[in-house]
Ligand binder design. Structure first.
Ligand code: UT7
Length: 348
């Protein structure tokens, strides 16, 4: 367990420091009105219940790695990483629950296409909490001295696993990828990742699931209901657990680093639903104008959600060097996690 960080920045331990961000959205945009042509829904219902106006979706044949590669390339550029140098990064982590294939992982292909051959590369599957789980891993391998620089990408293409007749999920999810580069640094630098808090409750596995197609029900020797091959979510129950766990995890991260609600310059939560973000912000006591959201344009992009929001907020001038930032997520598993960092002075 990490000790509380002293106000004088006295904790000199080696830390992961954020040094680059990037994002990528597939060009095709679907509006609420377009969804309402094929589903029993309306722009008014979707906007009032979720805050979502549009989402981006991949065209047939486009896979998660096709989004992860440009997002990762932008983050590497933003970090000023020289791809021709000796070991430009020491690890590539892709957080996703829509990998290109069940087997193998997507990260090695992404690393190879980014021009990073022979680098350790693997996927993290924690659904909407995947990016925060990836942050904990990156922090650990950097703090231990195993890595100097890590590329962490959150990427998902939920449009490829949604039941096109299910209005409860079709309205909510969008495709995208977001990425960050973390390097070795010190606790008192802008960009330092101060803490990551994680948790899970497997008793809630059925809240967010694809029932068949895995090793439990492979579908080879049994009759599978086609609906069980699509993503299913118990929306209301997920909503309740998301509010509780995202608030509790963020509170734990703030307590660990000694930040009061008024110390938080930006709360960047998993962009699941504007009502969840507003409620969690209010429960934390963070003023509403400090709760960042881009959910209206991109919907819930799962593991891409937080890094895309960070990229958008930074590009919009809403994250400045030295800002105290709290991240928090809840996702399938169930899994949750939160992190506290100070925003870096990015040059690119
Ligand atoms: O990423 C992991 C975390 N995921 C989330 O955090 C998602 C959390 N859940 C939610 O955001 C919300 O639960 C939803 C947006 C998914 C659903 O909103 P809700 O206010 O919880 O609606 P509900 O599930 O309680 O459904 C109320 C009614 C139902 O109709 P009946 O049974 O009362 O006739 C639904 O069938 O709303 C209906 N409904 C819709 N109606 C119009 C559900 N989706 C839609 C829709 N358009 N798109």
């Amino acid at each position: 367990m990490r000790e509380k960080i002293e106000a004088d920045g006295g904790d000199r331990r080696r830390r992961a420091v954020l040094c680059g961000v990037g994002g990528y959205l597939p060009p095709t945009v679907v509006t609420n009105d377009e969804l309402a042509v094929r589903l029993d829904t309306s722009d008014e219902w979707i906007r009032s219940r979720t805050g979502i106006r549009t989402r981006h979706v991949v065209e047939p044949g486009v896979a998660t790695s096709d989004l992860a590669v440009p997002a990762g390339a932008e983050a590497l550029r933003s970090a000023g990483v020289d791809l021709g140098g000796h070991r430009p990064v020491d690890m590539v982590i892709v957080a996703t629950s829509t990998p290109d294939h069940h087997c193998p992982a997507t990260a090695p292909a992404v690393a190879s296409r980014l021009g990073l051959p022979a680098v350790p590369a693997f996927d993290v599957a924690a659904v909407c909490s995947g990016f925060v789980y990836g942050l904990a891993l990156a922090d650990g391998v950097i703090a231990s001295g195993m890595a100097e620089r890590v590329l962490l990408i959150g990427a998902d293409t939920f449009s490829t696993i949604l039941d096109s007749t299910d209005r409860g999920t079709a309205a909510v999810f969008g495709d995208g990828a977001g990425a960050v580069v973390l390097r070795a640094g010190e606790a008192d630098e802008p960009g330092a990742l101060h803490t990551v808090e994680l948790g899970s409750d497997g008793a809630l596995a059925d809240l967010i699931t694809i029932r068949a197609g895995g090793s439990r029900h492979p579908g080879r020797d049994e009759v599978i209901d086609q609906a069980d091959l699509w993503f299913a979510m118990r929306g209301q129950a997920v909503y309740r657990h998301a509010v509780t766990r995202m608030a509790d995890a963020a509170r734990a991260a703030m307590a660990r680093v000694g930040w009061a609600p008024g110390d938080v310059d930006r709360f960047v939560g998993h962009q699941a639903n504007i009502r969840i973000l507003d409620t969690v912000g209010a429960e934390l006591g963070v003023p509403a104008e400090r709760v960042y959201t881009n959910v209206s344009e991109v919907g819930n992009t799962v593991a891409a959600s937080i890094p895309l929001a960070l990229t958008d907020a930074y590009n919009a001038g809403e994250l400045r060097a030295g800002d105290r930032v709290v991240l928090s997520a809840f996702g399938g598993g169930a899994t949750w996690g939160a992190a506290a960092l100070t925003w870096p002075d990015l040059k690119n």
